[in-house]
Write a protein that binds this ligand. Structure first.
Ligand code: PMP
Length: 406
């Protein structure tokens, strides 16, 4: 029987397209009566709208802001990012020529997949994985293999065993800081190990880091920033980041830092994709990223608020479910990862939870090999502590209702 896609006049590539479970869920949870802990949205109430308005006003005085810009991004933004990256790498200099600005870091993933992955090539992802990366690698027709995440990030010993057994990835994708969805951060030792493996076996590492600035620790006094980026340890690492979680997703400003050959290939692909990004939002992001004292104060507010929201969520879950639910202790980022110990299937719990006015993402959405039937991801970022407490009460009622019918 011929494929419905081909009979609809669509290309073969569209046959393997699947919708992101999370984006589908976002449509369901847009109801006013649902408290959504599902999306990976930063807190709307903490988006610095006044500073964004001031940046818009100021950049619009320059004719540059309303014109096309160079394909790899406006020079002012690339320089501001290079300065921040140099700091993030402990002073290791990063040149603006090695920075490419993209339409969110999701576009960086898409273009990098086109530049680095032939159909059928092997790509290694975290298990569980960022769903947006799974979608990109599926569109690129990659053969996706997964390596489990541990409390100290991707299990690089397991990766090394697989490499020794013959696995030959073109790319290894990992979210090393405050993993989406697991919340964990890769240790310095694993970062160095992954870099050594990349050099030895000749694969690219995509170090996807939208959350690294949102660190707050698990104690009152907080902790320092995560270990130095993997990119400090090998030239085969391409580092992605974004203004979405620290400024605003609407800017659609993301970027990556890579060796010149990769930047050049992506530039050509980006010419075909969109000619260039928005000069206006790139200049706005550049102004805010370069306003270091304002940004430091803004990040301090984000860290403090996210810390108190994370504590509110995890302590409410502990009070509601006790030992029936194991909950991660977030030290940064936006997510807690939890697993039911009483056999609850989170795919079955979700519709009941929606009926009770609360949403989360079932673990299965992040699976490529494992199942995660009893796991769930909860975002603490978007709700105040009082709303989070209400959300957990609703989840408790939904769980009790599901357990009664079982
Ligand atoms: N990478 C990871 C790990 C993410 O969680 C996200 C957004 N949820 C992105 C990339 C893409 O974000 P953006 O395109 O807004 O920069």
């Amino acid at each position: 029987m011929s494929s419905p896609y081909l009979s609809a006049g669509l290309a073969r590539r569209t046959e393997s397209l699947t919708s992101s479970a999370i984006r589908d869920l976002l449509a369901l949870t847009a109801r006013d009566d649902v408290i959504s802990l599902a999306g990976g949205l930063p807190a709307t109430d903490l988006i610095p709208v006044n500073r964004i308005a001031a940046a818009a006003e100021s950049v619009l005085r320059s004719p540059d802001a309303v014109q096309y810009c160079a394909t790899p991004g406006h020079r002012t933004l690339r320089s501001a990012i290079a300065a921040r990256e140099t700091l993030a790498r402990g002073g290791m200099p990063v040149s603006a020529d090695t920075v490419v600005a993209t339409h969110g870091s999701q576009q960086a993933l898409t273009l990098l997949a086109q530049a680095l992955i032939d159909p059928g090539a092997v790509v290694v992802v975290d298990e569980p994985a960022y769903t947006g990366a799974l979608q990109v690698f599926s569109i690129a027709e990659a053969q996706v293999e997964s390596i489990p995440i541990t409390d100290t990030g991707m299990d690089t010993e397991e990766l090394e065993r697989r490499l020794k057994a013959g696995l030959r990835p073109a790319v290894v994708h990992t979210v090393a800081n405050f993993h989406n969805p697991r919340g964990v951060t890769m240790s310095d030792q694993r970062r160095r190990h992954l870099a050594v493996l990349a050099d030895r076996y000749g694969f690219w590492v995509i170090e996807d880091d939208p959350y690294g600035e949102i660190f707050f620790g698990t104690t009152e006094s907080g902790i320092d920033a995560p270990p130095l980026p993997i990119a400090c340890h090998s030239d085969r690492v391409i580092r992605l980041s974004s203004a979405s979680k620290i400024l605003a997703p609407t800017l659609r400003v993301g970027w990556f830092v890579a060796p010149p050959g990769v930047c050049g290939a992506v530039e050509l692909l980006k010419q075909g994709a969109d000619l260039c990004g928005s000069s206006m939002t790139q200049l706005m992001a550049a102004e805010m990223l370069a306003d270091t004292s304002w940004l430091a104060a803004h990040l301090a507010v984000l860290r403090r608020e996210y810390s108190s929201r994370a504590t509110a969520l995890t302590s409410a879950l502990a009070a509601e479910f006790g030992s029936r639910l194991t909950v991660s202790r977030p030290a940064g980022g936006m997510f807690a990862w939890a697993a039911f110990e009483d056999g609850t299937d989170t795919g079955e719990l979700l519709p009941v939870a929606l009926d009770h006015g609360v949403a989360f993402v079932p673990g299965a959405a992040f699976a490529s090999a494992a199942q995660y039937r009893h796991s769930l991801r909860l975002s603490f970022a978007g709700s105040t502590p009082a709303v989070l407490a209400d959300a957990v009460r609703r989840l408790g009622t939904a769980h009790a209702a599901l357990t009664r019918v079982r």
